[in-house]
Write a new protein. Structure first.
Lengths: 281, 321
C-alpha cells in the first residue's frame, strides 16, 4: 500500500496524529509502550502490533484504506464553513475556521468520496477530527445531505465514518438542526431502499451519535472507540462516582445492543464488502 | 401575585416594597393612602413594561427557568379543561417521570400530548429528574406518537428540558440511539405534529421531541445547541461568561424566528407566563388551534414532504465554484 508512505512523510498527518505517531523511524505505543518501526505500524494500518490499540485515521486514510486501488473521486469539496452568526468567544469563529484550515488543509470536518469497495460502487463520507474536533456544523450537514442525494440519484449505498466531538457550538441552533437535517435526508435514503452503514470510530459523541451515527441499517465500530451521547467527563460530574471500566467503549455498546459488530481495522474492508454484497444480492 | 423576583426585576420589587410601606403607614397613622398606592401600582405596570420591552438572552433564560413558570401538565390540563388521560411507560424498560404523555380533548378533537415535565417542589423536582429524560422517556414519547399515528390523531409536544439526562444508565440504555430514532421517526409520522417550546429548549434532549410541521416558541424561552453555562465553561473555560455566551448563541425566540427555525413566537402575559399561567395557557391554545388547523388542511403526503424539505434546507455555508 502506498498510502502509509505519504502519511509517515507527514503530508497528510494531522497534528493530533503526530503526537500519537511520532515522526522518524520509530514509534512507541502510548498504551503498552511497545516500540516498533513506523513502517511496522503503518503496515498494520496504524493498529499497535502488540496491544491492538487503533490509532486515529484521517478521512484521506480511510478513503485510501477502503476504496479499491486507493482510487476515488472526491465530491462536494466546494462547500465551506460560514460564520453566519459572527460568533466570538475567546477567539472568533472566523479565526478558528482559518486556523483549522491552515492546520489540516481541509475545508471542514467531513469529506465525501465515491469509488468502489471490493468492486462495489459506494459513497463514503468520512469525518476528520482535526478540524475543530470533528464538530458538526452546517457544512457537515450539507455534505451528508448532498452525499445522500447523490446516492439516491445513482442508486448507491452509503457509508458514513463518524469521528466527532459533537455539535459545533459556534453555529448554535444551526449546528443543532444538522441533527434533524441529516436524519431527514436519511429518511429519503431509507425510502429509496438504499443501505446505510454507519462506522463509529474513536471518538463519536454528542449530537453526531444522537443522529446519523446511530441510524445505520448496520452500525459498526472500531475496537475500543469512545461512543457516547454525554461524554465521560460530563457523566462523571453528574453522578459524582467513578465510571465502570470499559464504559462507553465499542465493546460496551455491543454488549448493550447498540452496535451490530465491532470490527478490527484489518478486517474492515472485507466486512464492509461482505455487507454491501449482502444488500446487493 | 407572585413575590418571586429575578435580579433584573429589582426595580419592580422595590415598588412593591414601597407599596407595603405606604400601606403599613396608612394603617398605623389611620390615613387614606389609596391614592398613593394606585399611583405606585401604575408605576409597577409601566416599569414592568419597560423592563420587559428589552430583555436580553440571559434574562430570557432566567425567565424560562422561573420556579413559578407553568409546566407541561399544567398547559395540557388547561387546554383540555381536565379532559386528559395520562398514559405511562415505554413497553420496554419502564416509565420515565421526566416525560409525560397521553390523549386529551382539545375543543372536541382528540390530540396526543407529549412533553417533558418538571416538578414544582423540592421533592417533585427530584421525582421528575428536573425535566431531564432518560432513553425510556424518548421511547415512551415515540410509542405514544405511533399510537396517535395509528388512529390518525394529531400530536402536540411541549418542550421544556435542560437536556437529556447524562447518567450512567442513560448511556447504557442508549440515550443517543433513543434521540436519533425519535428524529428519524418523527420526520416520517403521517399525522400533524406541532411542537411548542414552553421553557428550556436545550440541545438534543429538546430536539428528541421537537421535530414537526410547526415549531412554536413562547416569548421567554430559549433554544440552543448547548446551555449558556456549559458553553461558557467549554469555550471561555470559566462559568462566569454565561451572559456573554447567551448573547453569542443567539438563542431567543426572536432570533429563532428571524433565522426561520421557529414558525411563530407565542406572546406571554406581561412579566412572563409565571405571572398569569391561566392567561398564558389561553394564548398557547389560540396559537395551537390556529397552527393545527393550518397543517391539518394539507394532504398528509404534501405535509410530510414539506416537513422533510424544511429540515433538509437548514444551514449556512459558502459554495465556491
Ligand atoms: Zn500497544
Amino acid at each position: 500500500m502506498s498510502w502509509f508512505k505519504r502519511i509517515t512523510s507527514g503530508i497528510n498527518t494531522q497534528t493530533s496524529q503526530k503526537k500519537e505517531v511520532p515522526d522518524g523511524l520509530w514509534f512507541k505505543c502510548k498504551k503498552c509502550r511497545f516500540t516498533g518501526t513506523q513502517k511496522e505500524l503503518s503496515d498494520k494500518l496504524f493498529v499497535c502490533p502488540s496491544c491492538g490499540t487503533h490509532y486515529s485515521l484521517s478521512a484521506q486514510q480511510y478513503f485510501e484504506l477502503l476504496f479499491d486501488e486507493e482510487k476515488f473521486e472526491e465530491l462536494f469539496n466546494n462547500i465551506e464553513p460560514e460564520d453566519f452568526l459572527q460568533f466570538s468567544d475567546l477567539r472568533s469563529y472566523k479565526t478558528r475556521i482559518a486556523e483549522a484550515t491552515e492546520k489540516t488543509g481541509l475545508k471542514d470536518a467531513v469529506r465525501v468520496g465515491k469509488g468502489t469497495l471490493e468492486k462495489q460502487a459506494v459513497v463514503i463520507v468520512a469525518m476528520d477530527f482535526g478540524f475543530i474536533g470533528g464538530s458538526m456544523g452546517s457544512v457537515v450537514g450539507e455534505k451528508i445531505a448532498l452525499a445522500i442525494d447523490y446516492c439516491i440519484k445513482h442508486k448507491l449505498p452509503l457509508i458514513i465514518i463518524s469521528k466527532s466531538g459533537g455539535a459545533r457550538m459556534m453555529e448554535s441552533a444551526f449546528s443543532l438542526m444538522q441533527m434533524a437535517k441529516t436524519a431527514a435526508k436519511l429518511t429519503q435514503l431509507a425510502e429509496a431502499q438504499l443501505p446505510y452503514i454507519s462506522l463509529l470510530t474513536d471518538p463519536t459523541t454528542g449530537g453526531v451519535t444522537a443522529s446519523y451515527a446511530m441510524l445505520g441499517d448496520v452500525n459498526l465500530a472500531e475496537p475500543n472507540a469512545l461512543i457516547a451521547f454525554a461524554g465521560p467527563r460530563v457523566v462523571k460530574e453528574t453522578i459524582k462516582k467513578d465510571l465502570p471500566p470499559g464504559f462507553q467503549r465499542s465493546e460496551f455498546l455491543l454488549e448493550k445492543g447498540f452496535l451490530d459488530r465491532v470490527v478490527p481495522r484489518q478486517k474492515l474492508k472485507a466486512e464492509l464488502g461482505q455487507i454491501l454484497s449482502f444488500f446487493a444480492h | 401575585m407572585s413575590k418571586l423576583f429575578l435580579d433584573f426585576e429589582k426595580p419592580i420589587e422595590d415598588i412593591y416594597v414601597q407599596i407595603e410601606k405606604v400601606q403599613k403607614l396608612g394603617e398605623t397613622q389611620r390615613v387614606d393612602v389609596s391614592e398613593q398606592v394606585a399611583l405606585l401600582e401604575a408605576q409597577i405596570e409601566t416599569t414592568t413594561q419597560k423592563i420587559y420591552a428589552d430583555l436580553n438572552g440571559w434574562q430570557r433564560v432566567q425567565l424560562s427557568r422561573h420556579p413559578e413558570r407553568p409546566y407541561t401538565l399544567f398547559y395540557i390540563n388547561e387546554l383540555c379543561k381536565g379532559d386528559f388521560l395520562e398514559l405511562y411507560g415505554d413497553r420496554c424498560h419502564g416509565d420515565d417521570k421526566a416525560m409525560v404523555g397521553g390523549f386529551g380533548n382539545l375543543d372536541g378533537q382528540t390530540v396526543m400530548f407529549i412533553g417533558q415535565q418538571k416538578g414544582t417542589t423540592a421533592k417533585t423536582r427530584q421525582y421528575r429528574n428536573f425535566g431531564m429524560p432518560n432513553p425510556e422517556g424518548y421511547r415512551k414519547a415515540l410509542r405514544l406518537m405511533k399510537l396517535a399515528e395509528k388512529f390518525n390523531k394529531p400530536i402536540v409536544t411541549f418542550i421544556d428540558t435542560p437536556g437529556a439526562f447524562p447518567g450512567i444508565e442513560a448511556e447504557e440504555r442508549g440515550q443517543a440511539e433513543a434521540i436519533a430514532r425519535n428524529l428519524f421517526e418523527m420526520l416520517r409520522l403521517k399525522v400533524p405534529i406541532i411542537c411548542v417550546i414552553i421553557g428550556e429548549g436545550a440541545s438534543g434532549g429538546a430536539l428528541g421531541i421537537g421535530i414537526g410541521d410547526r415549531l412554536l416558541m413562547m416569548e421567554n424561552t430559549w433554544f440552543s445547541v448547548i446551555s449558556p453555562e456549559s458553553c461558557s465553561s467549554i469555550l471561555w473555560r470559566s462559568w462566569d461568561f454565561k451572559e456573554t455566551a447567551a448573547e453569542q448563541l443567539q438563542l431567543t425566540a426572536e432570533h429563532m424566528k428571524k433565522y426561520g427555525i421557529v414558525d411563530a413566537i407565542i406572546p406571554e402575559p406581561l412579566g412572563g407566563a409565571n405571572r398569569n399561567p391561566t392567561l398564558a395557557a389561553e394564548i398557547v391554545k389560540k396559537y395551537l388551534l390556529e397552527h393545527l388547523q393550518q397543517v391539518q388542511k394539507e394532504k398528509p403526503q404534501a405535509r410530510l414532504q414539506k416537513r422533510i424539505e424544511h429540515y433538509a434546507s437548514i444551514g449556512h455555508f459558502k459554495t465556491s465554484s
